[in-house]
Design a protein around this ligand. Structure first.
Ligand SMILES: Cc1cc2nc3c(=O)[nH]c(=O)nc-3n(C[C@H](O)[C@H](O)[C@H](O)COP(=O)(O)O)c2cc1C
Length: 335
């Protein structure tokens, strides 16, 4: 694997922060397939300050992780500063501020996308992080409007002036959550307006949609999120012109490695509960029988998981399944 640069630049494909997903086993699966740059899921700055034990499971960096960003969620410069001081200094290459989370519980208290809508406070939060962090500070925002770039550009310029070293722009407004077209023309204007690297995010699920996102936004660097869930091969697909989709045995082996990693990190009980959605994501869209996928929803022990894998290995996907078309190959709609 090549050496990462301090910032994910030029034509990088970065694994996005994804709550409930991008833990160490998930990232390790992506690393196996060429992922160089990855983020932790968001970490609530207040919960870090109040020592929520759950953070211990978000925080660990794998021994062989070449580059890792930690993403903080918060709306108070003081708390963000305090959280940053608590982060183990040699564990992260970058600290990112979340300005895009649309979840009501988060926006109600002025964090996530609500902070993105409050430029002045967002800039104060960035300034606080820049002051205390020894590594570069970045931000992840959403476009502020789908059809006009002004507000997004204003926010982006403010954050640049406050000291961020790179910016990720998700091309959907808060109200759209994760669906609908991606406002690439707005991302393009933000990229033109800034001197720092700008990465585009939204809807890159395969080589074709990643290429549309790059071309339409003018950003060489992109961030991928849902496209990597159940599909860590996305990184080799985007980086290797000779890529071929995984066969049945390779898929089964990858699921096992991923779930094994979860058991090591969380212990069997918690891991197997969390693993259901992960296993399902690997199987969905790849021609496996619906009854097998249904069986995943009740798995609660490693032994049950192993039984399922024996059956899956024997049975394989349906004879009509076309591996080249799997999974999630929707055309990306941009505006
Ligand atoms: C389940 C889920 C969890 C997410 N968690 C985070 C998060 O912790 N931090 C963040 O900045 N964005 C988060 N996002 C947003 C993604 O990083 C990304 O911006 C969004 O999914 C759009 O990219 P995509 O179309 O490639 O999926 C989350 C999205 C989903 C669907």
């Amino acid at each position: 694997m090549p050496e990462p640069s301090p910032l994910p630049m030029s034509d990088a494909v970065v694994l996005a922060p994804l709550s409930g997903y991008t833990d160490l086993p998930f990232r390790t699966a992506c690393r196996r397939h060429g992922c160089l740059y990855a983020f932790t899921p968001l970490l609530d700055a207040a919960s870090l300050v109040h020592e929520n034990p759950r953070n211990k499971q978000i925080l660990p960096r794998g021994e062989h992780e070449p580059w890792l960003g930690v993403q903080l969620l918060g709306d108070s410069p003081e708390i963000l500063r305090a959280a940053c001081e608590l982060l183990p200094r040699d564990t992260y290459d970058i600290v990112d501020l979340n300005l895009g989370c649309p979840v009501r519980k988060v926006t109600r208290r002025g964090a996530g996308a609500a902070l993105g809508a409050d430029r002045e406070r967002a800039c104060r939060c960035v300034e606080a992080l820049v002051e205390v962090c020894e590594c570069p500070v970045t931000a992840k925002i959403r476009v502020q409007a789908m059809d006009t770039p002004e507000t997004t550009v204003e926010l982006a310029r403010g954050l640049e002036a406050a000291g961020i070293a790179a910016l990720v722009v998700h091309g959907r407004v808060m109200e759209r959550f994760y669906s609908g077209p991606v406002a690439c023309s707005v991302i393009r204007e933000a990229r033109r307006a800034l001197r720092i690297p700008v990465l585009a995010n939204g809807g890159a699920f395969c080589r074709e949609s990643a290429s549309v996102l790059r071309t339409a936004s003018g950003c060489a660097g992109i961030m991928v999120a849902r496209g990597a869930i159940g599909n860590p091969w996305l990184f080799s697909e985007l980086g290797d012109p000779a890529f071929t989709p995984p066969g049945h045995e390779e898929l089964c082996a990858e699921v096992e490695l991923h779930v094994e990693g979860m058991v090591r990190l969380y212990g069997e009980d918690v891991a197997m509960r969390n693993a259901r959605k992960i296993i399902l994501a690997y199987l969905t869209g790849r021609g496996y029988r619906r009854c097998r996928r249904r069986a995943v929803t009740s798995i609660s022990t490693w032994a049950e998981f192993e039984d399922l894998m024996v059956t899956l290995r024997q049975e394989g996907p349906s004879a009509h399944y076309d591996a080249a078309k799997s999974p999630k190959r929707d055309v990306l709609e941009v505006c």
